[in-house]
Design a protein. Structure first.
Length: 148
């Protein structure tokens, strides 16, 4: 079974709920999963054997949430040696803002800039749809988890 770490950036708690739901689902399928709410670049270096999911929302101004901001700075200034590592991306936002999903795309670009490889397209969840983001994420996760 796989070891999965869900790195979460959250403002109002929705991304945290999505991350926790994904970890719980993975655990129920026999995988070892944990949620990291205060990620550090060192977490990546210490867990190269894990599968990574980044799940972040953004502020109305398009900034990364406070709890993942330092992580982003570490990626862009310390350049941890993670070239070739694979990850998945879940981005939460609200399309009524002109900066919709901007923070998640910046995090994705920072990971790519240091050589990490995203598997598949990001799952972008829009609060304006009225759909349950946890249900959407679990549906997305199911297809991927079956291949682990």
């Amino acid at each position: 079974m796989a070891k999965v770490i869900v790195f979460v950036g959250t403002v109002m708690g929705t991304a945290e709920g999505v991350g926790l739901a994904m970890a719980k689902q993975l655990e129920s399928e026999g995988h070892k999963a944990r949620v990291e709410m205060s990620p550090r670049a060192q977490d990546l270096l210490e867990n190269k054997d894990a599968l990574w999911i980044f799940c972040t929302s953004n502020t109305g101004a398009g900034d990364l949430p406070d709890n993942i901001q330092d992580f982003y700075v570490q990626l862009t200034q310390e350049f941890p040696a993670i070239a070739g590592q694979h990850y998945r991306m879940v981005i939460l936002g609200d399309s009524c803002y002109p900066t919709f999903a901007e923070a998640g795309h910046r995090l994705d670009a920072a990971l790519a800039d240091i050589g990490a490889v995203r598997d598949g397209e990001p799952l972008v969840l829009d609060a304006m749809t009225g759909e349950d983001p946890q249900e959407q994420a679990l549906t997305w996760l199911k297809g991927w988890a079956e291949t682990l």
